[in-house]
Design a protein around this ligand. Structure first.
Ligand code: AMP
Length: 450
């Protein structure tokens, strides 16, 4: 397939020719028609796969020329570096068009940005906090937004931007196309899709980038956390074979808990990264793992993103990832550069259904290795492993790992995040009941009909 098959227009072809791109990447091929259709889209793709163009080509192709001042496309990204990067990409692609692009992010003078906004823009690329500040200051009008792109949404949610996102949804026009890109699936992402997307089409590309044949996979059946720890201790005792081991867990708390356990048996040999650790701590951990000072790194799915570490001898899935895409990402960290990699997955009975999802995605069965004889099967259970008294679904109750992110990313305390948006009664009632409190609430009904 070539770019000509996408039926773009001359200004876009010229820009692509200037860039020297010869053919669309897989995510660009897969996303084009879906994004063009105007339906909500969820794309699973990592940075580096060409995903910025995957959403920007169809958006730019379908964006009519306009002189109006208010932006029609909003792209939200988690960090200022990404704002700069995305703006840069859009500018390259829009080089021969009249599209006006602006990037805004926190930590810089808001007044300069207000002036730039007032000059008129078509595409706005922003971090959530600064976008919101500009919107409440009323300089930025969001009423013309037709397309909302949320890029790297898993990082955004892992860094604790959920509140800001919800606030932004609240002030965007209801009729809009939502386009979201994420490298991994997490509960937060899944929740967001369920609650705010209308019947989205999913686009996903072969995520690991590593041919599966290069990775020898095996599975161990272990009934609980402490048995998994015993098994891990047994396996890691062969330090010659297991010389560079990346261990994945789903939750920050589990990462810390496992780290403590490994410190008891392999003191000083492991390090840990997750989003509650400071940037410096994480960088130090990665460096120690990379240079071999520590042979074991424990990581959560989101934090292991972009880690480019050579020669990982083994990936150990200490838990079985709920979303099959995450498994593919995890095991893709070993077996790089045509080397044979090794992947182990530990699964409890409760995790069997996740294994089924993974096996059906890969269209293969992961062979089971019997539990080594000298591994003790523990009967001790973590609190969350004990039989639970079933509670009816309670949306207010937080999931086990929904603790606030750590100080490194804690922009404001929750109580200070509240912003006076005016009209508080109506909003509170709307949020609480999601429908008019009384049937005769004319104002509400009038608004709905609009
Ligand atoms: P992204 O995944 O959007 O961060 O893109 C990664 C890099 O790939 C960027 O430097 C893009 O300019 C580049 N890129 C995007 N599309 C293509 C393509 N079709 N062919 C070659 N490179 C591309």
């Amino acid at each position: 397939m070539s770019f000509r098959d996408l039926n773009l227009n001359t200004p876009l072809y010229n820009a692509i020719d200037d860039l020297g791109f010869t053919e669309p990447t897989p995510i660009q091929r897969e996303s084009f028609n879906v994004v063009s259709s105007g339906k909500d889209v969820v794309g699973i793709a990592q940075t580096g796969t060409g995903k910025t163009f995957a959403y920007m080509m169809p958006i730019l192709k379908n964006l009519p020329y306009s002189t109006q001042e208010n932006p029609r496309v909003l792209v939200l990204v988690p960090t200022r570096e990404l704002v700069v990067q995305v703006v840069d990409e859009v500018e390259k692609l829009a080089k021969y068009t009249n599209v006006r692009v602006l990037g805004v992010y926190g930590g810089t003078n808001i007044n300069t940005q207000k002036r730039q906004v007032a000059e008129g823009i078509d595409i706005l690329v922003a971090t959530p906090g600064r976008l919101y500040d500009l919107a409440v200051s009323r300089v930025l009008q969001l009423k013309s937004i037709q397309k909302l792109v949320i890029d790297e949404v898993d990082i955004m949610l892992d860094l604790g931007f959920r509140h800001q996102l919800l606030n932004i949804f609240d002030i965007l026009p209801e009729r809009r196309q939502n386009i979201m890109f994420s490298a991994t699936m997490t509960h937060y992402v899944d929740d967001l899709i369920t609650n705010f997307f209308v019947n989205p089409t999913r686009v996903s590309i072969a995520v690991s980038g590593t041919p599966l044949e290069n990775i020898a996979q095996t599975r161990y059946l272990a009934p609980n956390f402490y048995t998994k720890v015993n098994l891990l201790n047994h396996i890691l005792s062969d330090s010659e074979t297991y010389n560079k081991v990346l261990i994945f867990v789903a939750f920050k708390r589990m990462a810390d808990r496992l780290f403590e356990q490994l410190e008891e048996s392999y003191y000083g040999e492991s390090c840990v990264i997750h989003s509650n650790k400071t940037q410096n701590y994480r960088l130090r951990s990665i460096e120690q793992f990379r240079n071999g000072e520590n042979r074991i790194l424990i990581a959560t799915d989101v934090m292991a993103r972009g880690l480019d570490i050579e020669n990982i001898s083994h990936v150990i899935n200490f838990d079985t990832p709920e979303f099959p895409e995450n498994y593919m990402h995890r095991i893709g960290r070993t077996g790089r550069a045509k080397r044979q990699g090794q992947s182990l997955v530990f699964s409890t009975d409760n995790e069997n259904e996740f294994i089924e999802g993974i096996e059906s995605l890969m269209q293969m069965t992961i062979p089971v290795t019997p539990m080594p004889e000298d591994v003790t099967i523990s009967t001790e259970l973590l609190e969350e492993e004990r039989p639970q008294i079933k509670e009816r679904y309670n949306p207010i109750k937080k999931r086990q790992d929904e603790d606030a992110p750590g100080p490194a990313f804690h922009e404001k305390k929750e109580k200070n995040q509240k912003v006076n948006l005016g009209g508080s009664y109506q909003r509170t009632i709307k949020q609480k009941y999601k429908k008019p409190k009384t049937r005769g609430d004319k104002n509400y009904n009038r608004k709905k009909r609009k």
